[in-house]
Design a protein around this ligand. Structure first.
Ligand code: SF4
Length: 450
């Protein structure tokens, strides 16, 4: 369990000197306990106390970082069982499998798919991060050549190197340089030499047990060897066991602080499916509960996209709505005669409205008012999108300098504030737009400034 503010206060020097940026030691201690301040901000705390507090406030599931530079993938770091309790921290990395048993054409086609399947939805990038490279014939030279090819052609990919032979993994690891790949994996038979390789390279190591019990034992042994960054595979024999293992490990780590399971997991849904559709269905369960990484046998756009959207939805913070910035958004190259529409800054509203305007090809100014991520009617009900706040925003936005006319199109759902808004903006004519964004194209096509 984490320390309380009062427990942390007991370890502080209680000078109330404000050097940490807080008015008192108590205020600072409360913020550290809540995870909103770093204990290192107090210059008078000993290293020993810092370590004690850092350990007590570390998440029950360790955050493991892979990759390098601009392409770092963090997995784990979770603190809750259910998203509504707080939020989930790191989405599972999603990857495609490439093996030394594939011919060059197949390898190239998979690398191409990895690079091709990228989308953007409500301002969030949806893209796979991982390529898992599996050794099929125990040949270090062949394995390192494949890793080299992938590093050259897809340097953004975070790699999982898969072999049960240390020399093969070592050859692949050499091609990675500074790029931290995941070494997969340590079994009961090879864990000592795999631990050595993990220490030599500084790469995280995956534990490959054949049951929950064996995974816990291996994890414990590797921790004793001094390894901190582990990723767990319990080697389940069926889908049910796969699901249950994820839940048991998460519960044990969070509820019981059982350290051997305090690491993210890696999963391979294709081991339990004989077709891609079933494989992606299993993957969709693992996104919710509780995989740290999901390796797929192949990518198919129509299956990958919904999986990515599911991942995005589950890993957004339920306490923070997705928003876009307040301001004036020119769409389709508007000029001084172009219509002016206004809506709220809830990201989904923005992307739907701007998408419809774009599709209409009518040059338009879109005003986005900060409503703290609330949608039109909710924002209106909360007093964040009423006549007074809209008027204030229109006046300060600078839109009056961009258009000659004075006509403002408001969402159809706000028809009731037309009169009030005209009083607040006496120079402007308020026009009630369509209720649904889908009505915008025909509405805008009939627009006339004069
Ligand atoms: S810097 Fe340290 S001693 Fe000074 S107020 Fe902050 S916590 Fe207290």
């Amino acid at each position: 369990m984490g320390l309380t503010g009062i427990q942390i206060l007991g370890m502080l020097p209680k000078k109330n000197c404000k050097e940490c940026g807080f008015p008192t030691c108590l205020a600072f201690a409360m913020k550290v306990a809540a995870g909103q301040a770093d204990i290192a901000a107090c210059p008078y705390v000993s290293e020993e106390v810092k370590e004690k507090i850092a350990e007590a406030s570390a998440p029950p599931i360790r955050t493991v970082k892979l990759g390098s530079g601009d392409h770092v993938l963090a997995i784990g770091g979770e603190t809750v069982l259910f998203r509504h309790e707080k939020r989930f921290e790191h989405p599972p990395g999603i990857g495609i499998l490439v093996t030394t048993g594939m011919d060059e054409g197949e390898v190239s086609s998979r690398i191409e798919k990895f690079k091709k399947y990228r989308w953007e939805r409500v301002g969030v990038k949806l893209e796979p991060e991982v390529i898992a490279v599996e050794d099929k014939d125990g040949d270090p030279a062949k394995f390192s050549a494949l890793v080299k090819k992938i590093r050259e052609e897809a340097p953004e990919a975070v790699l999982v190197l898969m072999s049960d032979k240390k020399d093969v993994l070592a050859a692949g690891a050499k091609e990675c340089g500074e790029h931290k790949a995941l070494l997969y994996g340590a079994t009961m038979d090879n864990y000592k030499e795999m631990a050595e390789l993990a220490k030599e390279t500084g790469f995280p190591l995956a534990v490959k047990g054949d049951s929950l019990a064996e995974t816990a034992r291996l994890s414990e042994e590797l921790m004793k060897e001094g390894l901190k960054d582990l990723v767990l595979d319990t080697g389940p024999r069926g889908v049910r066991e796969l699901y249950e293992d994820q839940v048991i490990m998460r519960r044990a780590a969070i509820k019981k602080r059982f350290k051997p399971f305090g690491f993210p997991s890696i999963t391979f849904p294709y081991r339990y499916a004989n077709n891609l559709v079933l494989e992606y269905m299993i993957a969709s369960v693992l996104v919710a509960k509780y995989a740290g990484m999901i390796v797929l046998s192949d990518f198919r756009g129509d299956l990958l996209y919904p999986l990515m959207v599911e991942r995005m939805n589950i890993f957004t913070d339920p306490q923070r709505p997705l928003v876009v910035e307040e301001g004036i958004y020119p769409i389709n190259g508007p000029d001084e005669e172009s219509p002016v529409c206004i809506t709220c800054n809830f990201a989904l509203t923005y992307f739907i409205v701007s998408g419809e305007i774009e599709g209409s090809r009518v040059p338009t100014w879109l005003l986005i008012k900060d409503t703290e991520g609330l949608s039109v009617l909710t924002a209106w009900a909360a007093g964040k999108f009423g006549a007074d706040t809209i008027a204030e925003f229109v006046k300060k936005s600078g839109i009056a300098e961009k258009v000659k006319h004075r006509k403002l199109i408001i969402p159809g759902y706000l028809a009731s504030i037309k009169g009030e808004l005209e009083e607040e903006l006496p120079d402007w004519e308020i026009i009630i737009g369509p209720r649904e964004a889908s009505g915008l194209p025909s509405f805008l096509k009939e627009w006339k400034a004069a």
